[in-house]
Design a binder for this molecule. Sequence first.
Ligand code: HEC
Ligand code: HEC
Ligand code: HEC
Ligand code: HEC
Length: 291
Amino acid sequence: MTGREFNGLQLTPCYERGTMSCLSCHEMHPDEGDPRSLEEWRIDQLRPGMRGNAACTSCHPSFLDARALAQHTHHAPDSPGSQCMSCHMPRTTYGLLGAISSHTLTSPDVKVELATTRPNACNLCHLDRPLAWAAAELQRGWNVEAPSALSSEQQQVAAGALWALKGHALQRAILAWHMGWPDAQRAAGTEWMTPYLVNLLDDPYDAVRQIADRSLRSLPGTKPYRYDPLGASPDRRAAAAQVLAGWDGRERSPDSTARPHVLLDPSGQPIREEFSRLLRERDQRRVLIAE
Ligand code: HEC
Ligand code: HEC
Ligand code: HEC
Ligand code: HEC
């Protein structure tokens, strides 16, 4: 249990100005006749359908109409990019070796990321795109004002690459989880992710290593490997080298015209100088998360 949900919800207009409560989405007991098994129900104790847009359309009914939904989300109605929570409750809360939906409802805004270091919802799916791309799309599609200045890196390098290499521990944990998330894999493609996750196999934080290991194994084409996230660093590095050696970048050649921002060379290998430079600039602040 992560324990910050109530503080989160208190900051939400649906709660402040509406009647939203925990029981809008959760329940203490499943209804009789609920088709879900008790095992499935008890994971988050959600009322039926509350992982989807029904959690929102009870109070925001205009989005029940598929055309209105697509007009608002700028994604096809059945796209993961049309799920309210993926934009308004992105998984930026760390807990139990995973990323959990933030219980403060917000709207994606790159300026907020710059002020807080909390990854923006668009790039949590579009990991292969720079921050500047999200800022420009948000301005174009939703009239969300773009930040006045972004560094050349924020303009040119994929947000996912920057979080993985120079981000702080919490950004790395959230990033590593999203690389294993089917919705983000669909939006960003997986063929470029291996070198980033391999790098995180020797992360100084136990939690980051465990999450990276899980996501790496979920990538299509990862061959079985032996690795203990709690093992000694030399062993972890040996496993990482083994995965990278077995990974044929060319076979999965990242289309460098489609994804020019992910710092891989045309043969699919990481551009060493870029990786090292960004790693040297890593945000080393200590992050302590009590669970
Ligand atoms: C708008 C719907 C909604 C509301 C309102 C809501 N939740 Fe949630 N909650 C969710 C969803 C969806 C999940 C599953 C999140 C995930 O898997 O990322 C969840 C997950 C959780 C979890 C599990 C986190 C974990 O560790 O796995 C807890 C605890 C929780 N909510 C507590 C609360 C509390 C307390 C409130 C009221 C203050 C609340 N929620 C209000 C939708 C909601
Ligand atoms: C219990 C009713 C209720 C539910 C459920 C609900 N909302 Fe709201 N929501 C409101 C009310 C009321 C407002 C404030 C409207 C106003 O002030 O005009 C609001 C405002 C908002 C805003 C505007 C925020 C702002 O800064 O002005 C967003 C975004 C939003 N809701 C998204 C969602 C999403 C996404 C969900 C589902 C996860 C959801 N809401 C579920 C009642 C609800
Ligand atoms: C692809 C991302 C995305 C998805 C999916 C999405 N929204 Fe939004 N939403 C935004 C953005 C961006 C804004 C603009 C915030 C602003 O104006 O600052 C916004 C604004 C809002 C607002 C406040 C302004 C308004 O237009 O009324 C509400 C309410 C809202 N969304 C509800 C929802 C609900 C309910 C869903 C699901 C049915 C949903 N959104 C799905 C991105 C999204
Ligand atoms: C839950 C994952 C998810 C989120 C969040 C999301 N998208 Fe998408 N997006 C997708 C997927 C998947 C596609 C590919 C088309 C499809 O399958 O629907 C896509 C396609 C797009 C496209 C067209 C193709 C391209 O890559 O240029 C744009 C533009 C886009 N999204 C912008 C955004 C913006 C801006 C946001 C934030 C407001 C956002 N998306 C949030 C999943 C997401």
